[in-house]
Design a binder for this molecule. Structure first.
Ligand SMILES: NC(=O)c1ccc[n+]([C@@H]2O[C@H](COP(=O)([O-])OP(=O)(O)OC[C@H]3O[C@@H](n4cnc5c(N)ncnc54)[C@H](O)[C@@H]3O)[C@@H](O)[C@H]2O)c1
Length: 270
């Protein structure tokens, strides 16, 4: 069912790699809710070509951009305003990549070149995106920017290795930039801390399947799906959340506030 929550709003959605991507679901939902938007991803991800189907389905234009490149981001924000016919109302940052995780390198043995790459792609890209948008004055007043994060920023999940530190930085950027952009232009910036979700980035993590089931058994509502996350993103892009900014918002079926669950105790035979 559609509520036209984003009718007349213009957006930029990063990170839709395939139909499992959280960003893919966000694009489908935003389209359903009346938004027009540009889809973007790293040029290398474009080669897989799956994003074309999403663009067709949502009547969107694709503008490739490596989120670590100021030049690409400047082109993205300039062209997007051109294509969409005005300033941007919402932006989704749905970008994450750790070479240390990919290569299954234990946290204490992190390769620092890979660590730097992870920081640049997954956290600094958010700062760069916001800095470029602010410089170009590309986002409308009361616009909304959302980035996706994970609870390993607050608590230890050993398999998340360097991404835990990187997500802490991402969440901090949301607060720091949220203050600046809020004061200057009333632009809101938040992070959504999402449940484990079966996507390319998610399932690349060692032991992800077991952990997915564990989290599902702890959370009283179970894990939040990518579709649920898309709904939450849409609500944050809408005018119904105008005074929400600089927050890290847990979207995890109650996992973050549950110590232990009956289901887990039962599994342990207690
Ligand atoms: N899947 C989970 O369990 C989970 C849980 C919490 C948060 N998240 C976060 O959600 C976000 C989206 O991930 P996903 O799970 O949908 O996986 P995904 O693999 O579908 O999406 C990650 C995206 O990042 C893009 N990307 C990588 N490097 C880039 C670059 N240099 N420039 C532009 N784009 C680049 C990839 O092409 C891909 O589209 C990430 O920030 C991730 O950390 C995921």
């Amino acid at each position: 069912m559609s509520y036209n929550l984003l009718k007349g709003k213009r957006g930029i959605i990063t990170g839709a790699l395939d139909e499992n991507s959280i960003a893919w679901k966000v694009a489908e939902k935003a389209h359903e809710e009346g938004a027009t938007f540009v889809l973007t991803n790293a040029p290398i991800a474009m080669r897989m070509g799956e994003i074309n189907a999403l663009a067709e389905k949502t009547n969107s234009v694709i503008i490739p951009a490596d989120a670590t490149s100021i030049e690409d981001l400047t082109h993205l924000f300039t062209e997007s305003q051109e294509v969409l016919g005005g300033k941007i109302d919402f932006v989704l940052h749905s970008i994450g990549m750790s070479v240390n995780i990919r290569k299954k390198i234990p946290y204490a043995e992190s390769n620092y070149e890979y660590f730097h790459k992870g920081i640049d792609v997954s956290a600094l890209s958010f700062h760069k995106m916001l800095a470029v948008a602010k410089k170009l004055d590309a986002i409308n007043e009361w616009g909304s920017v959302v980035a996706l994060t994970y609870m390993a920023a607050q608590r230890v999940f050993p398999f998340y290795t360097d991404m835990a530190d990187i997500k802490s930085m991402l969440e901090s950027i949301a607060r720091s930039f949220g203050y600046q952009y809020g004061l200057d232009k009333k632009v809101r910036i938040n992070t959504i801390s999402q449940s484990p979700t079966k996507t390319t980035a998610g399932t690349g993590i060692k032991g992800f399947g077991d952990f997915f089931d564990y989290a599902d058994a702890i959370a009283p509502l179970g894990n939040a799906s990518a579709e649920d996350c898309a709904n939450y993103c849409v609500s944050l892009f809408s005018d119904f959340t105008r005074m929400v900014t600089m927050q890290n918002l847990f979207h995890d079926g109650g996992y973050s506030n549950t110590g232990v669950s009956d289901a887990i105790l039962k599994k342990l035979g207690l």
